[in-house]
Structures are given as structure tokens and as C-alpha cells.
Design a protein around this ligand. Structure first.
Ligand code: IMP
Length: 188
């Protein structure tokens, strides 16, 4: 694949601006703060896509939080399709037994990755387990997962930026944009 040095040239449309994302993160942070008032919370984020969201959201939550990071990869599948078979590359570094846990995700597409993760984390006996995702693409959902906090519901388009990648690039864009199809079809 060829990523132009001007990354923005590969973006067809800006779906969410930096300002829209910041406003939503602030809103989610206060909602989570209100729901967990007088409690302590462990945020579990999944690398690498959730990194900017996690960094911003944790600072928008006004209750004491601990953070932990996991990294998973899906076997098989393609760069734009998930396979549902998940391998843990990096596990939690501390126990979550008896803790209030909130999973912080970048995007839920088929739901297969999260479905695996929820079952895995439930097995560690947290006191509660909820899910917060910045983006939700319900059109392609294959498993039904109750999501407690959703930033934006987006159409079935492949998006990059604010942590989301294509071939590991574009994560550092400040906005969320739709990648031009020519970039992943190699035509044009
Ligand atoms: P799921 O298992 O199909 O729900 O896929 C979840 C993972 O696939 C996300 O954590 C992302 O890493 C990746 N993903 C799904 N849709 C997109 C997209 O539109 N852009 C970039 N990555 C995506």
C-alpha cells in the first residue's frame, strides 16, 4: 500500500471533526462521572486504536480511575474485515476482581472482538463490566452486545483517524474521516 505523505489527500470525507469529537468526549466523561459518582473505576482499553480516545476520555472523567491496557489481534480476516478469532498480545497488568470495569473501545463493527473480550474479562470476576465506544457501526453487527456508552453511530464506511488505522497508518489524524476507496483497492 502507498500512503501519501499528505495523509489528508487519502481522505474522501471528514465524518467527525476534532471539535465534534472533543465535545462528545466531554459529554461522555461527565455522564460516566455521574453514573460512577462516589465510586472508583478501572478503564480497560484495547490497543492500539483506542489510544487517543482513552487518553482524552480518562481526563474527562471526574472520578478516580485506574487504567489498564490490553492488545488483541484477530487471526485471518483482511485489513478491513475482522475474523472474530482473537489472540491476546498483551494481557491486563493488574487484577480486576471485584472492580468496576469500563471497557474503552474505538469502534464496534461486527462486535466479534468485543464479544470475545467481554467473555474474557467477565471470567476475571469484576464487580461490574460496562462498555464505552467512541464509534458504533451497527450495520455490520454479527453478535448482539449491549453497549452502555456510544459516542457516535456511523454508517457502514471504513473510517480512519483519531486512533483508527488502515495498514497501521492514519492513526494520528485529529479527525475521523472516510478513506478514499482507491487507497485500499489500489486503483487510481
Ligand atoms: P469488530 O470485531 O468487527 O467489531 O472489529 C473491531 C475492530 O476492527 C476495531 O477495534 C478496529 O480495530 C477494527 N475496525 C472496524 N471497523 C473499522 C474502521 O472503519 N476503521 C478502522 N478500523 C476498524
Amino acid at each position: 500500500m502507498t500512503v501519501q505523505t499528505d495523509m489528508t489527500a487519502d481522505i474522501g470525507e471528514i465524518l467527525l471533526t476534532e471539535e465534534e469529537i472533543a465535545a462528545k468526549v466531554a459529554e461522555l466523561g461527565s455522564q460516566i462521572g455521574a453514573d460512577y459518582a462516589d465510586r472508583r473505576l478501572t478503564l480497560v482499553s484495547v490497543l492500539k486504536g483506542s489510544l487517543p480516545f482513552m487518553a482524552d476520555l480518562m481526563r474527562a472523567i471526574p472520578v478516580p480511575v485506574r487504567i489498564d491496557l490490553m492488545e488483541v489481534s484477530s487471526y485471518g480476516g483482511t485489513t478491513t474485515e475482522s475474523s472474530g478469532l482473537v489472540r491476546i498480545l498483551k494481557d491486563l497488568s493488574a487484577t480486576i476482581e471485584g472492580e468496576e470495569v469500563l471497557i474503552v473501545e474505538d469502534i464496534i463493527d461486527t462486535g466479534l472482538t468485543l464479544n470475545y473480550l467481554v467473555r474474557y474479562l467477565r471470567g476475571k470476576n469484576p464487580r461490574s463490566l460496562r462498555i464505552c465506544t467512541l464509534l458504533d457501526k451497527p450495520a455490520r453487527r454479527l453478535v448482539d452486545i449491549p453497549v452502555d456508552y456510544v459516542g457516535f453511530t456511523i454508517p457502514d464506511q471504513f473510517v480512519v483517524g483519531y486512533g483508527l488505522d488502515y495498514g497501521e497508518y492514519y492513526r494520528n489524524l485529529r479527525f475521523v474521516g472516510v478513506l478514499r476507496p482507491e487507497v485500499y483497492t489500489g486503483v487510481g
